[in-house]
Design a protein around this ligand. Structure first.
Ligand SMILES: Cc1cc2nc3c(=O)[nH]c(=O)nc-3n(C[C@H](O)[C@H](O)[C@H](O)COP(=O)(O)OP(=O)(O)OC[C@H]3O[C@@H](n4cnc5c(N)ncnc54)[C@H](O)[C@@H]3O)c2cc1C
Length: 529
Protein backbone atom coordinates (compact mmCIF):
# COMPACT_ATOMS: atom_id res chain seq x y z
CA UNK A 1 0.00 0.00 0.00
CA UNK A 2 1.21 3.51 -0.82
CA UNK A 3 2.55 5.24 2.31
CA UNK A 4 0.31 8.34 2.00
CA UNK A 5 -2.72 6.03 1.74
CA UNK A 6 -1.57 4.14 4.84
CA UNK A 7 -1.21 7.44 6.66
CA UNK A 8 -4.72 8.56 5.67
CA UNK A 9 -6.17 5.24 6.82
CA UNK A 10 -4.35 5.43 10.17
CA UNK A 11 -5.55 9.00 10.63
CA UNK A 12 -9.12 8.00 9.81
CA UNK A 13 -8.93 5.08 12.25
CA UNK A 14 -7.54 7.37 14.94
CA UNK A 15 -10.36 9.91 14.37
CA UNK A 16 -13.00 7.17 14.55
CA UNK A 17 -11.51 5.85 17.82
CA UNK A 18 -11.08 9.35 19.18
CA UNK A 19 -14.68 10.34 18.41
CA UNK A 20 -15.89 7.03 19.79
CA UNK A 21 -13.95 7.61 23.01
CA UNK A 22 -15.26 11.18 23.29
CA UNK A 23 -18.82 10.03 22.86
CA UNK A 24 -18.24 7.11 25.24
CA UNK A 25 -16.70 9.46 27.81
CA UNK A 26 -19.67 11.78 27.32
CA UNK A 27 -22.00 8.92 28.25
CA UNK A 28 -19.90 7.74 31.22
CA UNK A 29 -21.63 9.09 34.35
CA UNK A 30 -18.44 9.02 36.48
CA UNK A 31 -16.52 10.97 33.86
CA UNK A 32 -19.39 13.44 33.51
CA UNK A 33 -19.71 14.00 37.26
CA UNK A 34 -15.97 14.49 37.67
CA UNK A 35 -15.76 16.84 34.69
CA UNK A 36 -18.71 18.86 35.90
CA UNK A 37 -17.23 19.21 39.38
CA UNK A 38 -13.76 20.13 38.09
CA UNK A 39 -15.29 22.66 35.70
CA UNK A 40 -16.54 24.66 38.65
CA UNK A 41 -12.96 25.65 39.46
CA UNK A 42 -11.13 25.05 36.14
CA UNK A 43 -12.28 26.13 32.63
CA UNK A 44 -14.04 23.04 31.25
CA UNK A 45 -11.80 22.60 28.16
CA UNK A 46 -8.79 22.55 30.53
CA UNK A 47 -10.57 20.07 32.80
CA UNK A 48 -11.31 17.64 29.97
CA UNK A 49 -7.72 17.96 28.69
CA UNK A 50 -6.32 16.58 31.95
CA UNK A 51 -8.69 13.58 32.18
CA UNK A 52 -8.02 10.16 30.67
CA UNK A 53 -10.92 7.76 30.99
CA UNK A 54 -10.45 4.10 30.07
CA UNK A 55 -11.76 4.66 26.53
CA UNK A 56 -9.37 7.44 25.72
CA UNK A 57 -6.84 6.15 23.11
CA UNK A 58 -4.00 7.43 25.32
CA UNK A 59 -5.30 5.85 28.55
CA UNK A 60 -3.10 2.73 28.39
CA UNK A 61 0.08 4.61 27.53
CA UNK A 62 -0.51 7.22 30.26
CA UNK A 63 -1.19 4.46 32.79
CA UNK A 64 1.83 2.37 31.78
CA UNK A 65 4.31 5.25 31.47
CA UNK A 66 5.01 5.17 35.20
CA UNK A 67 4.46 1.51 36.06
CA UNK A 68 7.90 0.43 37.27
CA UNK A 69 7.07 -3.11 38.33
CA UNK A 70 5.77 -5.43 35.59
CA UNK A 71 3.94 -7.50 38.24
CA UNK A 72 1.31 -4.73 38.28
CA UNK A 73 1.01 -4.31 34.53
CA UNK A 74 -1.13 -7.34 33.67
CA UNK A 75 -4.67 -7.73 32.37
CA UNK A 76 -5.80 -8.76 35.89
CA UNK A 77 -4.32 -5.69 37.60
CA UNK A 78 -7.17 -3.42 38.83
CA UNK A 79 -7.18 -0.21 36.78
CA UNK A 80 -8.27 3.35 37.61
CA UNK A 81 -11.59 4.59 36.24
CA UNK A 82 -9.92 7.87 35.27
CA UNK A 83 -6.36 9.22 35.33
CA UNK A 84 -6.17 12.90 36.30
CA UNK A 85 -3.00 14.63 35.07
CA UNK A 86 -2.86 18.12 36.63
CA UNK A 87 -0.78 20.80 34.94
CA UNK A 88 -1.33 23.42 37.66
CA UNK A 89 -1.47 23.34 41.45
CA UNK A 90 -5.13 24.42 41.40
CA UNK A 91 -5.97 21.26 39.41
CA UNK A 92 -4.68 19.16 42.33
CA UNK A 93 -6.93 21.00 44.80
CA UNK A 94 -9.92 20.48 42.50
CA UNK A 95 -9.06 16.79 42.03
CA UNK A 96 -8.96 16.22 45.80
CA UNK A 97 -12.33 17.85 46.47
CA UNK A 98 -14.05 16.45 43.37
CA UNK A 99 -12.89 12.85 43.94
CA UNK A 100 -14.55 13.00 47.35
CA UNK A 101 -17.73 14.46 45.84
CA UNK A 102 -17.89 11.76 43.16
CA UNK A 103 -17.12 9.10 45.79
CA UNK A 104 -13.87 7.69 44.35
CA UNK A 105 -10.56 6.99 46.09
CA UNK A 106 -7.54 8.90 44.85
CA UNK A 107 -4.17 7.22 44.38
CA UNK A 108 -1.34 9.73 44.03
CA UNK A 109 1.54 8.85 41.73
CA UNK A 110 4.75 10.81 41.20
CA UNK A 111 7.50 8.55 39.80
CA UNK A 112 5.54 5.27 40.12
CA UNK A 113 8.42 3.38 41.82
CA UNK A 114 6.36 2.00 44.70
CA UNK A 115 7.53 -1.64 44.82
CA UNK A 116 3.98 -2.90 45.45
CA UNK A 117 2.30 -0.54 42.98
CA UNK A 118 0.30 1.21 45.71
CA UNK A 119 0.35 4.51 43.79
CA UNK A 120 -1.58 3.09 40.84
CA UNK A 121 -3.43 -0.08 41.96
CA UNK A 122 -6.38 -0.40 44.34
CA UNK A 123 -9.02 -3.03 45.04
CA UNK A 124 -11.91 -0.52 45.04
CA UNK A 125 -13.02 2.01 42.36
CA UNK A 126 -10.37 4.72 42.17
CA UNK A 127 -8.77 7.55 40.20
CA UNK A 128 -5.04 8.12 39.76
CA UNK A 129 -3.76 11.63 40.36
CA UNK A 130 -0.66 11.52 38.16
CA UNK A 131 1.82 14.26 39.01
CA UNK A 132 4.26 13.89 36.09
CA UNK A 133 3.42 17.31 34.57
CA UNK A 134 4.26 19.11 37.81
CA UNK A 135 8.02 18.78 37.69
CA UNK A 136 9.63 22.21 37.73
CA UNK A 137 12.88 22.67 39.66
CA UNK A 138 14.31 25.99 40.74
CA UNK A 139 17.80 26.12 42.21
CA UNK A 140 18.98 28.97 44.44
CA UNK A 141 22.72 28.44 44.80
CA UNK A 142 23.27 31.61 46.83
CA UNK A 143 21.04 30.11 49.55
CA UNK A 144 22.08 26.52 48.79
CA UNK A 145 18.46 25.46 48.37
CA UNK A 146 15.97 24.35 45.72
CA UNK A 147 12.21 24.11 45.21
CA UNK A 148 11.33 20.89 43.44
CA UNK A 149 7.86 19.81 42.38
CA UNK A 150 6.88 16.28 43.31
CA UNK A 151 6.56 15.03 39.71
CA UNK A 152 10.28 15.64 39.08
CA UNK A 153 12.67 12.70 39.14
CA UNK A 154 15.84 12.43 41.22
CA UNK A 155 17.86 12.47 37.98
CA UNK A 156 16.29 15.79 36.99
CA UNK A 157 17.05 17.21 40.43
CA UNK A 158 20.70 16.04 40.34
CA UNK A 159 21.17 17.39 36.82
CA UNK A 160 19.66 20.79 37.63
CA UNK A 161 21.85 21.16 40.70
CA UNK A 162 24.89 20.17 38.64
CA UNK A 163 24.09 22.75 35.96
CA UNK A 164 24.19 25.44 38.67
CA UNK A 165 27.18 24.25 40.69
CA UNK A 166 29.85 21.54 40.57
CA UNK A 167 30.30 21.58 44.35
CA UNK A 168 26.69 20.94 45.38
CA UNK A 169 24.59 17.80 45.42
CA UNK A 170 21.61 16.28 47.19
CA UNK A 171 21.48 13.16 49.38
CA UNK A 172 18.89 10.93 47.71
CA UNK A 173 18.45 7.61 45.93
CA UNK A 174 20.67 5.84 43.45
CA UNK A 175 18.07 5.28 40.72
CA UNK A 176 17.55 8.49 38.69
CA UNK A 177 13.98 7.74 37.58
CA UNK A 178 12.61 7.56 41.16
CA UNK A 179 10.05 10.33 41.79
CA UNK A 180 10.61 13.14 44.28
CA UNK A 181 6.99 12.88 45.57
CA UNK A 182 7.22 9.36 47.00
CA UNK A 183 10.95 9.28 47.71
CA UNK A 184 11.28 12.40 49.88
CA UNK A 185 8.06 11.74 51.76
CA UNK A 186 9.28 8.23 52.66
CA UNK A 187 12.84 9.29 53.76
CA UNK A 188 15.09 8.57 50.71
CA UNK A 189 18.64 7.35 51.05
CA UNK A 190 21.63 7.07 48.76
CA UNK A 191 25.40 7.27 48.66
CA UNK A 192 25.59 10.53 50.67
CA UNK A 193 23.67 9.03 53.62
CA UNK A 194 26.61 8.52 55.99
CA UNK A 195 27.79 12.09 55.47
CA UNK A 196 24.43 13.88 55.35
CA UNK A 197 21.57 11.56 56.41
CA UNK A 198 18.45 10.90 54.32
CA UNK A 199 16.64 13.19 51.87
CA UNK A 200 13.87 14.10 54.29
CA UNK A 201 16.47 15.47 56.75
CA UNK A 202 17.01 18.27 54.22
CA UNK A 203 13.42 19.41 53.66
CA UNK A 204 13.04 23.05 54.68
CA UNK A 205 9.49 23.75 53.49
CA UNK A 206 6.73 22.09 51.48
CA UNK A 207 3.49 22.85 49.67
CA UNK A 208 0.71 20.36 50.24
CA UNK A 209 -2.97 20.04 49.29
CA UNK A 210 -4.99 18.95 52.32
CA UNK A 211 -8.23 16.98 52.41
CA UNK A 212 -10.25 20.20 51.97
CA UNK A 213 -8.34 21.09 48.82
CA UNK A 214 -6.43 23.89 50.55
CA UNK A 215 -2.83 24.60 49.54
CA UNK A 216 -0.66 24.92 52.65
CA UNK A 217 3.01 25.73 53.14
CA UNK A 218 5.02 24.88 56.28
CA UNK A 219 3.51 27.78 58.23
CA UNK A 220 0.01 26.96 57.10
CA UNK A 221 0.20 23.22 57.79
CA UNK A 222 1.96 23.52 61.16
CA UNK A 223 4.92 21.59 62.53
CA UNK A 224 3.08 18.29 63.19
CA UNK A 225 1.98 17.75 59.60
CA UNK A 226 5.33 19.08 58.36
CA UNK A 227 7.00 16.45 60.57
CA UNK A 228 4.76 13.65 59.26
CA UNK A 229 5.44 14.21 55.56
CA UNK A 230 9.22 14.01 56.09
CA UNK A 231 9.49 10.23 56.22
CA UNK A 232 5.99 9.10 57.24
CA UNK A 233 4.74 8.77 53.66
CA UNK A 234 2.67 11.74 52.47
CA UNK A 235 0.00 9.50 50.90
CA UNK A 236 -1.71 9.20 54.33
CA UNK A 237 -1.97 12.96 54.79
CA UNK A 238 -2.46 14.86 51.53
CA UNK A 239 -0.85 15.55 48.17
CA UNK A 240 2.61 17.08 48.19
CA UNK A 241 2.98 19.65 45.41
CA UNK A 242 6.60 20.60 46.04
CA UNK A 243 9.43 20.49 48.53
CA UNK A 244 12.02 23.12 49.36
CA UNK A 245 15.28 21.32 50.08
CA UNK A 246 18.69 22.27 51.44
CA UNK A 247 21.52 21.35 49.08
CA UNK A 248 24.73 19.82 50.41
CA UNK A 249 28.39 20.36 49.54
CA UNK A 250 30.32 17.79 47.51
CA UNK A 251 33.99 18.00 46.54
CA UNK A 252 34.96 18.72 42.91
CA UNK A 253 36.54 15.27 42.76
CA UNK A 254 35.14 12.12 44.34
CA UNK A 255 36.34 8.51 44.11
CA UNK A 256 34.41 5.34 43.34
CA UNK A 257 35.59 1.75 43.59
CA UNK A 258 34.40 -1.79 43.23
CA UNK A 259 36.04 -4.96 44.52
CA UNK A 260 34.51 -8.39 43.76
CA UNK A 261 35.28 -11.66 45.54
CA UNK A 262 33.83 -15.01 44.53
CA UNK A 263 33.46 -17.50 47.39
CA UNK A 264 34.35 -20.38 45.07
CA UNK A 265 37.75 -18.79 44.29
CA UNK A 266 38.64 -16.99 47.43
CA UNK A 267 38.79 -18.42 50.94
CA UNK A 268 39.06 -14.84 52.22
CA UNK A 269 35.65 -13.74 50.86
CA UNK A 270 33.75 -14.60 54.05
CA UNK A 271 36.24 -12.52 56.08
CA UNK A 272 35.64 -9.58 53.75
CA UNK A 273 31.88 -9.85 54.28
CA UNK A 274 32.27 -10.36 58.02
CA UNK A 275 34.56 -7.38 58.56
CA UNK A 276 32.60 -5.13 56.21
CA UNK A 277 29.72 -5.27 58.70
CA UNK A 278 31.52 -3.33 61.42
CA UNK A 279 33.97 -1.28 59.36
CA UNK A 280 31.42 0.17 56.93
CA UNK A 281 29.30 1.66 59.73
CA UNK A 282 32.20 3.12 61.73
CA UNK A 283 34.73 4.34 59.18
CA UNK A 284 35.14 7.97 58.02
CA UNK A 285 31.77 9.65 57.24
CA UNK A 286 33.11 10.60 53.82
CA UNK A 287 33.00 6.94 52.82
CA UNK A 288 29.83 5.06 51.88
CA UNK A 289 30.19 1.34 51.16
CA UNK A 290 27.49 -0.97 49.85
CA UNK A 291 28.00 -4.73 49.98
CA UNK A 292 26.19 -6.76 47.33
CA UNK A 293 25.78 -10.48 47.94
CA UNK A 294 24.66 -12.24 44.76
CA UNK A 295 24.17 -15.89 43.83
CA UNK A 296 26.62 -16.76 41.02
CA UNK A 297 27.85 -19.77 39.05
CA UNK A 298 31.48 -20.88 38.75
CA UNK A 299 32.46 -23.96 36.72
CA UNK A 300 28.82 -25.03 36.83
CA UNK A 301 28.84 -24.85 40.63
CA UNK A 302 26.65 -22.42 42.51
CA UNK A 303 28.45 -19.92 44.70
CA UNK A 304 28.05 -16.36 46.03
CA UNK A 305 29.73 -13.17 44.83
CA UNK A 306 30.66 -10.58 47.47
CA UNK A 307 30.99 -7.12 45.87
CA UNK A 308 31.98 -4.02 47.75
CA UNK A 309 31.12 -0.76 45.97
CA UNK A 310 32.09 2.57 47.46
CA UNK A 311 31.90 6.34 47.11
CA UNK A 312 34.52 8.44 48.86
CA UNK A 313 34.15 12.21 49.10
CA UNK A 314 37.83 12.77 48.43
CA UNK A 315 40.65 11.50 46.24
CA UNK A 316 41.81 7.97 45.44
CA UNK A 317 44.96 8.11 47.57
CA UNK A 318 42.82 9.18 50.53
CA UNK A 319 40.45 6.21 50.32
CA UNK A 320 43.21 3.69 49.56
CA UNK A 321 45.12 4.81 52.67
CA UNK A 322 41.95 4.85 54.78
CA UNK A 323 40.88 1.34 53.83
CA UNK A 324 44.34 -0.19 54.03
CA UNK A 325 44.17 0.90 57.64
CA UNK A 326 40.51 0.18 58.50
CA UNK A 327 39.81 -2.75 56.18
CA UNK A 328 43.02 -4.48 55.01
CA UNK A 329 41.14 -7.73 54.11
CA UNK A 330 39.54 -5.86 51.20
CA UNK A 331 42.95 -5.34 49.58
CA UNK A 332 41.85 -2.07 47.94
CA UNK A 333 44.52 -0.64 45.65
CA UNK A 334 44.82 2.70 43.91
CA UNK A 335 44.06 0.80 40.64
CA UNK A 336 40.61 -0.25 41.91
CA UNK A 337 39.70 3.42 42.33
CA UNK A 338 38.45 5.95 39.78
CA UNK A 339 38.36 9.66 40.45
CA UNK A 340 35.52 11.59 38.83
CA UNK A 341 33.07 14.46 39.22
CA UNK A 342 30.21 13.88 41.66
CA UNK A 343 27.64 13.95 38.83
CA UNK A 344 29.56 11.18 37.04
CA UNK A 345 29.50 9.11 40.22
CA UNK A 346 25.69 9.34 40.06
CA UNK A 347 25.87 7.68 36.61
CA UNK A 348 28.45 5.12 37.81
CA UNK A 349 26.20 3.97 40.67
CA UNK A 350 23.36 3.34 38.29
CA UNK A 351 25.60 1.39 35.87
CA UNK A 352 25.63 4.02 33.14
CA UNK A 353 28.98 4.15 31.32
CA UNK A 354 31.27 6.85 32.63
CA UNK A 355 31.72 9.43 29.87
CA UNK A 356 28.00 9.42 29.01
CA UNK A 357 26.80 13.05 29.06
CA UNK A 358 25.15 13.87 32.40
CA UNK A 359 22.01 14.96 30.51
CA UNK A 360 21.11 11.24 30.36
CA UNK A 361 19.74 11.89 33.85
CA UNK A 362 16.87 13.77 32.21
CA UNK A 363 15.76 10.57 30.47
CA UNK A 364 12.66 9.33 32.32
CA UNK A 365 12.84 5.88 30.77
CA UNK A 366 16.39 4.68 31.37
CA UNK A 367 15.26 1.45 33.03
CA UNK A 368 12.82 -1.10 31.64
CA UNK A 369 10.26 -2.38 34.10
CA UNK A 370 11.13 -5.93 35.21
CA UNK A 371 9.01 -8.14 37.41
CA UNK A 372 10.41 -7.57 40.87
CA UNK A 373 10.00 -8.15 44.59
CA UNK A 374 11.82 -6.34 47.39
CA UNK A 375 11.95 -6.78 51.16
CA UNK A 376 14.08 -5.16 53.85
CA UNK A 377 15.69 -5.69 57.25
CA UNK A 378 18.00 -3.93 59.69
CA UNK A 379 21.11 -5.54 61.18
CA UNK A 380 22.20 -4.28 64.60
CA UNK A 381 24.93 -6.77 65.54
CA UNK A 382 27.31 -8.35 63.03
CA UNK A 383 26.21 -11.72 61.66
CA UNK A 384 28.81 -14.21 62.96
CA UNK A 385 31.11 -16.05 60.53
CA UNK A 386 29.20 -19.33 60.83
CA UNK A 387 25.98 -17.39 60.28
CA UNK A 388 27.40 -16.05 57.03
CA UNK A 389 28.41 -19.58 55.99
CA UNK A 390 24.82 -20.72 56.53
CA UNK A 391 23.57 -17.69 54.56
CA UNK A 392 25.78 -18.65 51.59
CA UNK A 393 24.25 -22.14 51.67
CA UNK A 394 20.72 -20.76 51.77
CA UNK A 395 21.39 -18.31 48.94
CA UNK A 396 22.90 -20.94 46.66
CA UNK A 397 20.06 -23.33 47.45
CA UNK A 398 17.42 -20.70 46.54
CA UNK A 399 19.41 -19.44 43.57
CA UNK A 400 17.88 -16.09 42.64
CA UNK A 401 17.67 -13.68 45.57
CA UNK A 402 20.43 -11.13 46.18
CA UNK A 403 21.12 -8.90 49.17
CA UNK A 404 22.16 -5.25 48.96
CA UNK A 405 23.60 -4.20 52.32
CA UNK A 406 23.81 -0.43 52.84
CA UNK A 407 26.04 0.84 55.63
CA UNK A 408 24.60 3.17 58.27
CA UNK A 409 26.52 5.06 60.98
CA UNK A 410 28.02 8.51 60.50
CA UNK A 411 25.33 11.22 60.31
CA UNK A 412 22.65 8.54 60.80
CA UNK A 413 23.94 8.03 64.36
CA UNK A 414 23.75 11.73 65.17
CA UNK A 415 20.06 12.38 64.50
CA UNK A 416 17.47 11.34 67.05
CA UNK A 417 14.96 8.61 66.18
CA UNK A 418 12.08 11.07 66.67
CA UNK A 419 13.48 13.99 64.66
CA UNK A 420 11.41 12.78 61.68
CA UNK A 421 9.12 9.71 61.30
CA UNK A 422 12.10 7.80 59.85
CA UNK A 423 13.37 6.22 63.08
CA UNK A 424 16.15 3.88 61.91
CA UNK A 425 19.10 5.86 63.24
CA UNK A 426 21.74 5.02 65.89
CA UNK A 427 22.17 1.34 66.66
CA UNK A 428 21.74 0.09 63.10
CA UNK A 429 24.87 -1.19 61.37
CA UNK A 430 23.26 -1.63 58.00
CA UNK A 431 20.05 -2.17 56.11
CA UNK A 432 19.47 -5.18 53.90
CA UNK A 433 17.44 -5.01 50.72
CA UNK A 434 16.36 -8.46 49.48
CA UNK A 435 16.08 -8.26 45.77
CA UNK A 436 14.82 -10.55 43.04
CA UNK A 437 14.02 -9.63 39.42
CA UNK A 438 12.66 -11.87 36.69
CA UNK A 439 11.33 -11.55 33.18
CA UNK A 440 8.85 -14.42 32.77
CA UNK A 441 5.20 -13.38 32.99
CA UNK A 442 2.58 -15.44 34.83
CA UNK A 443 1.54 -16.67 38.25
CA UNK A 444 3.91 -19.61 38.40
CA UNK A 445 7.00 -17.44 37.95
CA UNK A 446 5.56 -14.87 40.37
CA UNK A 447 5.05 -17.55 43.00
CA UNK A 448 8.51 -19.04 42.47
CA UNK A 449 10.48 -15.79 42.79
CA UNK A 450 8.42 -14.06 45.48
CA UNK A 451 8.48 -17.17 47.65
CA UNK A 452 12.28 -17.34 47.34
CA UNK A 453 12.47 -13.76 48.67
CA UNK A 454 10.09 -14.63 51.53
CA UNK A 455 12.02 -17.77 52.42
CA UNK A 456 15.33 -15.91 52.62
CA UNK A 457 13.71 -13.18 54.72
CA UNK A 458 12.35 -15.86 57.06
CA UNK A 459 15.77 -17.51 57.29
CA UNK A 460 17.34 -14.16 58.28
CA UNK A 461 15.03 -13.71 61.31
CA UNK A 462 17.79 -15.00 63.61
CA UNK A 463 20.23 -12.25 62.54
CA UNK A 464 18.15 -9.06 62.28
CA UNK A 465 16.32 -6.49 64.44
CA UNK A 466 13.50 -7.74 66.64
CA UNK A 467 10.44 -6.40 68.49
CA UNK A 468 9.61 -4.87 66.15
CA UNK A 469 11.40 -6.36 63.18
CA UNK A 470 12.22 -3.15 61.31
CA UNK A 471 11.61 -2.41 57.64
CA UNK A 472 12.29 0.61 55.44
CA UNK A 473 9.08 2.35 54.37
CA UNK A 474 10.34 3.25 50.89
CA UNK A 475 11.04 -0.45 50.29
CA UNK A 476 7.32 -1.12 50.32
CA UNK A 477 6.53 -4.71 51.23
CA UNK A 478 2.93 -5.76 51.75
CA UNK A 479 4.00 -9.07 53.34
CA UNK A 480 4.61 -7.26 56.62
CA UNK A 481 0.92 -6.41 56.95
CA UNK A 482 -1.92 -4.55 55.26
CA UNK A 483 -5.19 -3.11 56.44
CA UNK A 484 -8.74 -3.62 55.21
CA UNK A 485 -10.49 -1.64 57.94
CA UNK A 486 -7.89 1.06 58.75
CA UNK A 487 -8.02 0.27 62.45
CA UNK A 488 -5.26 1.41 64.80
CA UNK A 489 -4.39 -2.25 65.53
CA UNK A 490 -4.03 -3.31 61.90
CA UNK A 491 -1.98 -0.20 61.14
CA UNK A 492 0.27 -0.85 64.12
CA UNK A 493 1.59 -4.11 62.60
CA UNK A 494 3.26 -2.48 59.58
CA UNK A 495 3.37 1.00 61.19
CA UNK A 496 5.76 -0.12 63.94
CA UNK A 497 7.97 -2.02 61.50
CA UNK A 498 8.35 1.08 59.36
CA UNK A 499 8.35 3.80 62.03
CA UNK A 500 8.84 2.04 65.42
CA UNK A 501 7.67 4.41 68.22
CA UNK A 502 6.83 7.20 65.76
CA UNK A 503 3.73 5.28 64.66
CA UNK A 504 1.80 6.85 67.59
CA UNK A 505 2.57 10.43 66.57
CA UNK A 506 1.74 9.65 62.93
CA UNK A 507 -1.69 8.37 64.06
CA UNK A 508 -2.21 11.61 66.03
CA UNK A 509 -1.34 13.74 63.00
CA UNK A 510 -3.61 11.65 60.76
CA UNK A 511 -6.49 12.02 63.24
CA UNK A 512 -6.04 15.79 63.25
CA UNK A 513 -5.71 16.37 59.50
CA UNK A 514 -7.79 13.63 57.83
CA UNK A 515 -10.14 12.13 60.46
CA UNK A 516 -12.46 10.62 57.83
CA UNK A 517 -9.51 8.83 56.22
CA UNK A 518 -9.88 9.99 52.62
CA UNK A 519 -6.16 9.65 51.92
CA UNK A 520 -5.63 5.94 52.30
CA UNK A 521 -4.01 2.87 50.87
CA UNK A 522 -3.28 -0.71 51.95
CA UNK A 523 -0.52 0.45 54.31
CA UNK A 524 -1.56 3.97 55.22
CA UNK A 525 -1.67 5.46 58.72
CA UNK A 526 -5.19 5.10 60.17
CA UNK A 527 -6.93 7.80 62.22
CA UNK A 528 -7.71 7.03 65.88
CA UNK A 529 -11.34 6.07 66.19
C1 LIG B 1 14.39 0.94 40.60
C2 LIG B 1 14.19 1.50 41.98
C3 LIG B 1 15.29 2.00 42.66
C4 LIG B 1 15.13 2.55 43.94
N1 LIG B 1 16.23 3.05 44.60
C5 LIG B 1 16.07 3.62 45.82
C6 LIG B 1 17.18 4.19 46.52
O1 LIG B 1 18.31 4.20 46.02
N2 LIG B 1 16.96 4.74 47.74
C7 LIG B 1 15.71 4.75 48.32
O2 LIG B 1 15.57 5.30 49.42
N3 LIG B 1 14.65 4.21 47.69
C8 LIG B 1 14.80 3.65 46.46
N4 LIG B 1 13.71 3.11 45.83
C9 LIG B 1 12.40 3.16 46.49
C10 LIG B 1 11.74 4.52 46.26
O3 LIG B 1 12.36 5.50 47.05
C11 LIG B 1 10.26 4.46 46.66
O4 LIG B 1 9.60 3.50 45.91
C12 LIG B 1 9.60 5.83 46.48
O5 LIG B 1 8.43 5.88 47.25
C13 LIG B 1 9.29 6.08 45.04
O6 LIG B 1 8.74 7.35 44.84
P1 LIG B 1 7.91 7.60 43.50
O7 LIG B 1 7.36 8.96 43.55
O8 LIG B 1 8.75 7.20 42.33
O9 LIG B 1 6.80 6.48 43.64
P2 LIG B 1 5.22 6.45 43.56
O10 LIG B 1 4.91 5.03 43.24
O11 LIG B 1 4.69 7.49 42.66
O12 LIG B 1 4.78 6.79 45.04
C14 LIG B 1 5.18 6.03 46.16
C15 LIG B 1 4.23 6.33 47.33
O13 LIG B 1 4.22 7.73 47.60
C16 LIG B 1 2.92 8.28 47.38
N5 LIG B 1 3.09 9.56 46.69
C17 LIG B 1 3.74 9.77 45.53
N6 LIG B 1 3.72 11.06 45.21
C18 LIG B 1 3.04 11.69 46.19
C19 LIG B 1 2.68 13.04 46.40
N7 LIG B 1 3.02 13.99 45.54
N8 LIG B 1 1.95 13.35 47.49
C20 LIG B 1 1.57 12.38 48.37
N9 LIG B 1 1.89 11.08 48.22
C21 LIG B 1 2.62 10.73 47.13
C22 LIG B 1 2.20 7.26 46.52
O14 LIG B 1 0.79 7.36 46.64
C23 LIG B 1 2.77 5.97 47.04
O15 LIG B 1 2.13 5.62 48.24
C24 LIG B 1 13.85 2.56 44.55
C25 LIG B 1 12.75 2.04 43.85
C26 LIG B 1 12.92 1.50 42.58
C27 LIG B 1 11.73 0.92 41.86
Amino acid sequence: MHSSMRLSLSLALFLVLFNFSLSYAASDPTYQSLLQCLSQSIPSQNASAILFSSNNPSYASVLQAYIRNARFNTSETPKPAIIITPTEESHVSAAVTCSQKVGFQLKVRSGGHDYEGLSYVFGKPFFILDMFNLRSISIDISNESAWVQSGATLGELYYNIWESSNVHGFPAGVCPTVGVGGHLSGAGYGTLMRKYGVSSDHIMDARIVDVNGKILDRNGMGEDLFWAIRGGGAASFGVVLAYKVKLVRVPETVTVFRVDRLLADDANATDVAYNWQSVAATTDNNLFMRMLLQPATRNRRRTVRVSIRGLYLGDANGVATLLNNDFPELGLTRENCTEMRWIDSVLWWTNIDVGTPAAVLLDRNINDADFLKRKSDYVQTPIPRDGLESLWQKMTQLGNVGLACNAYGGRMDELSATETPFSHRAGNLYKIQYSVNWDEAGNEADMNYTSQARELHEFMTQFVSKNPRRAYFNYRDIDIGTTENWSYEQGKVYGESYFTGNYERLVDVKTAVDPKNFFRNEQSIPPRT
